[in-house]
Design a protein around this ligand. Structure first.
Ligand SMILES: *Cc1c(COP(=O)(O)O)cnc(C)c1O
Length: 389
């Protein structure tokens, strides 16, 4: 017996990476050693002091029961202290902080709290796909804000028609940015706050990469801007900072009513994040941060090898100040998918075609710095050989 999927599932964009996945398996089955620069998942383990903290926490039976919906008080207090220390932003831990089962969970659910069928959500493109899929699942309509090179991959708010802006309920932004590696400063965030106030829009800033930066650069929080907390929230994740993607732990902070709405949705869907994981996450945020510095250094080295290598064959990658992605225009006369296919077929290198993140990403590929420096160097060597032929 067959069952038809709901219209909302049918409306989700097709899985553009399918063909590339198939090709990867095919290339591997020919015995070719594939270098995977496709996925944004850290290759290194969670630092051992965090693993030890989980080991201890899980031995305590009090962590085995249902957690609280909005998160452990100790964890939310810790997040508030971290925000004060890292960004100079003050938060009320009981109303302005919520624990998430990974930030993706919160990003996917926030729409259900505020978007009615037909409402407009302003979504960047290219982007992390969940901003748009959350809109579709809530019955909303995404208005895509193209991120263009000439605007340093920031959305041009002035180009959004007022008729669209006045129907918009929510806006997503993400800096440091996946997939472009672009960063944003206070002047941009100030424009976002003014725009959101004018049109009464909830701003959701995804700051998953705020701690993954290079050359001493320190990304700022959207909430550092005056008035930001009146219009929005910020999503955070421990996944990338502490190599904890599998642990599923993140948080959102900011406007108390927006956090409250997200909490109401969550209390009807999930039952909170495992308390033992929240205890280990406190150790991650408050313990020795030298592991973060070491990771930054490792990614920076890999970035330099890749960027220099790409430049040496005549490509023109953007040099990211943050994130572990290198965003690179494809050679003249080819497309994102075409170039990604060539790299895979002829050089055994997996990359992500930029249009997979949205149409304005056409003309680029994304390379993730998630293999060792030696493997990055090997990828560069293979690309050099490919360009010689
Ligand atoms: C990886 C990533 C996330 C998701 O992180 P989790 O906390 O593991 O769910 C969110 N946003 C962006 C832009 C990401 O790249």
């Amino acid at each position: 017996m067959g069952f038809e999927r709901s219209n909302r599932l049918k409306e989700l964009p097709p899985y553009l990476f399918q063909e590339l996945d198939r090709l990867k398996v095919e290339v591997q089955s020919r015995g070719i050693d594939v270098i995977d620069l496709g996925v944004g998942d850290p290759d290194l383990p969670t630092p051992s002091h965090i693993v030890e903290a989980l080991r201890e926490a899980v031995k305590d039976p009090s962590t085995h029961r249902y957690p609280s919906y909005s998160g452990m008080n100790d964890f939310r207090d810790c997040v508030a202290r971290w925000y004060e220390k890292r960004f100079g932003v003050q938060l009320n831990p009981s109303k302005e902080v919520i624990t998430l089962i990974g930030s993706k969970e919160g990003i996917a659910h926030i729409h259900l709290a505020f978007v009615n069928p037909g409402d407009v959500v302003l979504v960047p493109s290219p982007a992390y796909p969940v901003y748009h899929s959350g809109t579709v699942l809530a019955g909303g309509k995404s208005y895509f804000m193209p991120l263009k090179a000439e605007n340093n991959f920031l959305p041009d708010l002035d180009s959004i028609p007022p008729s669209v802006a006045s129907q918009a309920k929510m806006m997503f932004i993400n800096y440091p940015n996946n997939p472009t590696g672009a960063t944003a400063e206070g002047d941009f965030f100030e424009k976002v706050v003014a725009f959101a106030k004018k049109y009464e829009i909830i701003v959701c800033h995804d700051a998953a990469y705020s701690e993954m930066s290079f050359d001493g650069y320190r990304p700022m929080s959207f909430l550092e801007i005056k008035g930001a907390k009146d219009v929005g929230i910020e999503f955070h994740s421990l996944s990338k900072t502490y190599n904890m993607t599998g642990w599923r732990i993140g948080f959102a902070v900011g406007h108390s009513e927006v956090i409250g709405g997200l909490g109401q949705v969550k209390s009807n869907i999930d039952s909170g994040a495992f308390n033992a994981i929240q205890r280990a996450a406190i150790v991650a945020l408050e313990g020795d941060q030298s592991c973060v510095k070491e990771m930054q250094y490792i990614y920076q080295e890999r970035r330099d090898v890749l960027v220099e290598g790409l430049k040496s064959v005549g490509l023109n990658p953007y040099v990211p100040k943050a994130t572990f992605y290198v965003w690179c225009p494809v050679p003249e006369g080819t497309t994102s998918t075409g170039f990604a296919m060539t790299l895979l077929r002829e050089a055994g290198i997996v990359t992500t075609p930029g249009n997979g993140f949205g149409e304005p990403g056409e003309g680029y590929i994304r390379m993730a710095l998630t293999v060792s420096k030696e493997r990055v160097a090997e990828a560069v060597e293979r690309i050099r050989r490919l360009f010689r032929n």
